[in-house]
Design a protein around this ligand. Structure first.
Ligand code: SF4
Ligand code: SF4
Length: 450
């Protein structure tokens, strides 16, 4: 038996109790490993529902997605684990000290749910605002979830009101500029950030753009003024596929090359660029070729990251888990997922919808929970005109739908936290699942192969 990753003893201690009664934050912060009391193994025991088992030949690996512990076993040891009957009593300690085997009375899902809710209320986080500058776009991606919403730009009055609320906030601010294509309204970014700089209010920003409207002057001057920390650009395939999918209004045949040159320029200026490959059943292989091309073009450039994401609700994609894992894996072979997902402490939230201090400000100033709700406003909380301060904004419990039954039982839940809330209503089974599911499987497969 080899212990590869050990469970955090403080977290483990919390989960060995029947209920969470402590001040969780204080408990975690003050706990020292010497205080850890090994579990009394005379109580009835069970396997953690968060164990993933992989095996190759006579070697087994067990990884626990909640406690982030990992262990390698021989087949004889694995049989003891499987039956929860131990010839070697030191083995049972390894299993209980790493959360692979837990008291039968612990309801892990509800325990974890309570843990993250308590901690989310006890930790304060930076405020994040996704500001939708326009619902217009210079491209027409067939999968855009803003299709059918009214197309218009943010007014100067709304921008000024947003800036007024932002600079009155007591917290540091992080903004994501979003659209439509946000760079169609670079003047509004100038206006909001200009006011924040004038008032000396701390802020950082990032932008989700198709990259076609970026210029050298923008990178050298504006991105600094806007305090841009990173840029996300979607490339849906090699040139022909990209042009077909993006379907730009302009007849410029060189847009693809221009976007790549803009990525080059940003990376030379030390601006991190995240290249997102939006995959469905039609372009999966093409995206693998693109990832090979990007790897050759950017080699190990630390400013460039490339990651796959599966499109949802667009008809032409695949609903086979192994196919998804295969294509994601071919891209991960070039751009490895961060190994830190295996060893972090249990996650408290996933997407911006779930984060209590993250809000979307729509083009008309409506304040929403989710970027996919732009123009529809089902998750509307207020408007920038109806509130006095951003610091008192909060998301009421009722805005969070109950976790789906399938997620409550899912081994990936501690990494994915129930996935995309909106995509649960999509057609295919795996549409809602975050990529953590595939990253984890990929990394564990590589470890067992090794
Ligand atoms: S619910 Fe889905 S679309 Fe909305 S913020 Fe979360 S991941 Fe994004
Ligand atoms: S969305 Fe998918 S991966 Fe995430 S918890 Fe639910 S079933 Fe599991």
């Amino acid at each position: 038996m080899i212990e590869m990753l050990k469970a955090n003893k403080a977290v483990l201690s919390l989960f060995q109790k029947k209920e969470l009664t402590e001040n969780v934050k204080e408990f975690l912060e003050n706990f020292t490993d010497e205080e850890y009391c090994p579990l009394n193994i005379d109580v009835p025991l069970k396997h953690s529902m968060y164990n993933i088992v992989k095996h190759k030949g006579r070697t087994y690996i067990i990884y626990n997605t909640l406690f982030n512990s990992m262990i390698t076993l021989s087949d004889a040891e694995y049989v003891q684990y499987q039956n929860i009957r131990f010839e070697d009593l030191s083995l049972v300690e390894y299993f209980t000290d790493n959360g692979f085997i837990i008291p039968e009375c612990v309801d892990e899902y509800h325990h974890y749910y309570a843990y993250k809710n308590i901690l989310n209320n006890q930790y304060s986080s930076e405020s994040h605002y996704t500001i939708v500058l326009t619902s217009k776009c210079n491209a027409r991606c067939f999968y855009c979830y803003e299709e059918g919403v009214m197309q218009y730009d943010m007014s100067v009055e709304t921008a000024d009101r947003i800036a007024e609320l932002l600079y009155a906030s007591d917290k540091p601010i992080n903004i994501t500029w979003f659209g439509g294509e946000p760079l169609l309204k670079a003047d509004i970014i100038d206006r909001i950030t200009g006011i924040l700089r004038e008032k000396d209010h701390e802020f950082t920003s990032d932008i989700i753009t198709n990259g076609s409207l970026i210029t050298e002057e923008m990178i050298n001057v504006k991105f600094r003024e806007w305090n841009i920390q990173w840029v996300q650009i979607t490339l849906d395939g090699t040139k022909e596929e990209y042009m077909r999918r993006k379907c730009y209004y302009s007849n410029d045949a060189d847009i693809y090359e221009k976007v790549l040159l803009n990525i080059d320029m940003m990376s030379k200026n030390d601006i991190p660029v995240s290249i997102r490959l939006n995959i469905d059943g039609d372009n999966a292989l093409n995206c693998v070729s693109l990832s090979e091309y990007l790897k050759a073009r950017y080699s190990d450039n630390k400013n460039i990251s490339v990651y796959p994401a599966f499109l949802t609700d667009c008809g032409s994609h695949f609903n086979d888990e192994s196919e998804r894992l295969r294509y994601a894996g071919l891209i991960y072979d070039k751009y490895k997922p961060e190994r830190s997902i295996l060893s972090s402490i249990p996650k408290l939230n996933s997407c911006y919808y779930q984060q209590k201090c993250s809000f979307v400000i729509d083009v008309d100033g409506s304040i929403l929970c989710c970027e996919r709700d732009v123009g529809r406003q089902k998750t509307k909380l207020a408007t920038v005109y109806s509130i006095e301060s951003l610091d008192t904004l909060y998301k009421p419990e009722k805005i969070f739908p109950e976790t789906k039954k399938i997620c409550q039982k899912c081994v990936y839940y501690p990494k994915c936290l129930g996935g995309c809330i909106v995509a649960h209503s999509c057609k295919y089974e795996y549409d809602a699942c975050f990529m953590e599911r595939y990253k984890l499987e990929y990394l564990l497969d590589k470890i067992i192969d090794f």
